[in-house]
Write a protein that binds this ligand. Structure first.
Ligand SMILES: NC(=O)c1ccc[n+]([C@@H]2O[C@H](COP(=O)([O-])OP(=O)(O)OC[C@H]3O[C@@H](n4cnc5c(N)ncnc54)[C@H](O)[C@@H]3O)[C@@H](O)[C@H]2O)c1
Length: 187
């Protein structure tokens, strides 16, 4: 799919963007091409809407196992695919010239994670690593990861401070912690 000219990769210099051809764009007009995984879900659909409201180009990547296509803002491009599908992931990053990823796709039901931990490790860790590997390959260097308070378990103090010790009390929290503290996010 052809990428419109105004979405082509900008060069950033002193926060002023100089596009190919020399056109200078003030920083407040800085728009990115963002992939939102899980963008058809409860939170991802709102994140998508906010990004579009701020003028960013959004591509939603969702397999609709839990999300709904009608929740996706009509201005976003939509790719119905699974994170395990590396070929589609690769094509999506490349064809849309993605510059940043907001990673929200996951399973997130505590009870289900206790009944079937492997399902949660496969989606929240293994599929996440596939996303990271594909990003590295495509040289997409920015990611925002949606973690969870479940990584802290039964925290001793409330509200939970970010520096509180992590001690997840269920597989859902474990998978989120594994993804964010394994070598995954520092690669
Ligand atoms: N809802 C909350 O209160 C809450 C709190 C803290 C953190 N989070 C985290 O925020 C994120 C979004 O949560 P939510 O409540 O919107 O969940 P949700 O289930 O509504 O959204 C998740 C979306 O990801 C998609 N998805 C799941 N696995 C996928 C895969 N392998 N490939 C492609 N798409 C896939 C689903 O279809 C769904 O649309 C999750 O990562 C969750 O752990 C949620």
């Amino acid at each position: 799919m052809a990428v419109p000219l105004h979405f082509q990769k900008p060069i950033i210099l002193d926060r002023t963007i100089i596009r190919e051809g020399g056109q200078r764009v003030p920083p407040y007009k800085f728009h990115m091409r963002v992939l939102v995984t899980g963008g058809a879900g409860y939170i991802g659909s709102v994140v998508t809407e906010e990004l579009i409201g701020d003028g960013h180009h959004v591509v939603v990547y969702d397999n609709l196992c839990k999300g709904h296509k009608r929740a996706v803002n009509a201005s976003a491009d939509f790719v119905e695919a699974d994170l395990h599908d590396v070929a589609t992931l690769r094509t999506t990053l490349r064809d849309h010239q993605i510059e940043a990823v907001i990673h929200m796709a996951a399973y997130s039901l505590v009870g289900e994670s206790c009944a079937n931990p492997a399902k949660y490790y496969d989606n929240n860790v293994v599929a996440g690593l596939k996303l990271l590997d594909t990003m590295i390959e495509a040289q997409v260097k920015r990611i925002v990861f949606s973690s969870t308070a479940a990584t802290y378990g039964n925290a001793e103090t409330q509200p939970i401070d970010e520096s509180a010790p992590t001690a997840p009390s269920n597989p859902y929290g474990e998978t989120k912690l594994t993804f964010e503290t394994g070598d995954a996010l520092v690669r």
